[in-house]
Design a protein around this ligand. Sequence first.
Ligand code: SF4
Ligand code: SF4
Length: 391
Amino acid sequence: MDLKLDPDELASCVQCGLCLPHCPTFRVSGDESRSPRGRIALMRAVQNEGAPVTTEVLRSFETCVQCLGCETACPGGVPFGHLMETTRASLADVHALTPWWLRAAFVPLAHPRLLRAGSRALAVSQRLRIAPRRLALPRLPLRSPPLQPSGDDVYLFTGCVMDAWQRGVHRDAQQVIEAAGFGVRATGDRAPCCGALQGHAGLAGRARRLAEQTIRALPGDRPILVDSAGCGAAMKLYGHLLDTDEGRAFSGRVRDVNEWLAAHMGALAAVAGPLDLRVAIQDPCHLRHAQRVHESTRTLLAPFVAEIVELDDEGLCCGAGGAYSILEPSTAARIRARKLAAIERAGADVVASANPGCSIHLERAGVTVAHPVTLVARALRSGASSPGGAA
Ligand code: SF4
Ligand code: SF4
C-alpha cells in the first residue's frame, strides 16, 4: 500500500534507537513495534516492500500517542510527526483507522451551539448522577457567560471543547493579558475549532477545512494567543498543512499564551505578590516537543508562586494525546502512572499544565491541576484584594 510518505523522510531514520527511551509506549511495553524505530520500520515495509497492513501493523500505528518525544530526541532530525500524520491520513482514507463513532463525535466540535447544548445536557446529567461513568468527564459547567471584548490588541482563541468545558481558563487568560496592558477580543463562534483533534486522527480533509475557516475568521495582523497547547501547535502548522502563503502568514501570528506573556511581563510583575504554593510543571508535549516554548511557563509563573519544582521524568508524555486516552485507555493509564509517580516525587501543592487534555487526564487520577494563567490570575486577584495591592 502507498502510504504517501516522502521517500527521503522515510529513509532519514538510521535505526540507531536513541529515541527509544523518550517514547512512552516503548517505555511501558518494551515492545519494538511500539517504538518510533519499529513504527518507521513498519512504514518502510508497507510502503517500500508491499507488506500487508495486518492488525499488528495497524495496532503499532494506532498505539502511537503522537507526542513527538522521539522527534526532539532524534539527533538526525527525522520528522516522525509528519511521517505518522501522513500514515494515519492514508489509513483513515481507506477507513482502516479512526472508527465511525470517533468521526461522528468530532462533528459537534465545528458547531458551537450543538457542542454547548450537548455539554449542558451532560452537565445536567452529572448533577442528576446519570452521566455515563465510563466517559470519566470532568465536572462540566451548567452555564458560563461569554467573554466580553476589552480591545483589539490581541485575539484570544477560544476553540471548541475548551470553551464549552473550561471557559474559566479563557477568562483567567483574558484577565492576565489585560493586566499586562493589552485589550483582548475572544474569537468565539467565528472560529469554532482549530482542527487539531481531526488532524491527529488522520482526518486531514476536515483539518484543512477547519484551518481555512479559522484563517478566514481572523484577518489582519494582530497576534492570535492560544491557551491550549494542542490548538496552538496545530495553528502554528497551518502553513505546512495548507501549503499556502496565507496559511504561513497566519501561523506566524500564532503564539501560545505563556510564550506571549513571558515576553510581555513588564506591567504584570508589579501588580501581584507570589501565591504560597509549590508548583510542579507538567510540560504538555504540544508545548515542549511541538512548539518548543515550554520554558516560557516557568518565566511566566516564577514571580507569582513561592516555588517551581521540575518533574524528574525528562518531559515524558502523560498519555492524554488528544482522543488517545479514550481510544487506548489501558496504555494511556500505564503511561499516566509514570507521570503520577514523578508528580508524587516532586511533592507539589499543584501541577501547572497548559493543555486541557493533559489537565483532564491528570485530574481523573486525582491530581490537582491548574493552567499557568489561572495561577497568575489568582495571584493578581489576591494582590488586588490585599492591603497595599493593586486596585
Ligand atoms: S528516529 Fe532518529 S533517533 Fe530514532 S531510530 Fe531513527 S534515527 Fe535513531
Ligand atoms: S510520537 Fe511519541 S508515542 Fe509515537 S513513537 Fe514517537 S515518542 Fe513514541
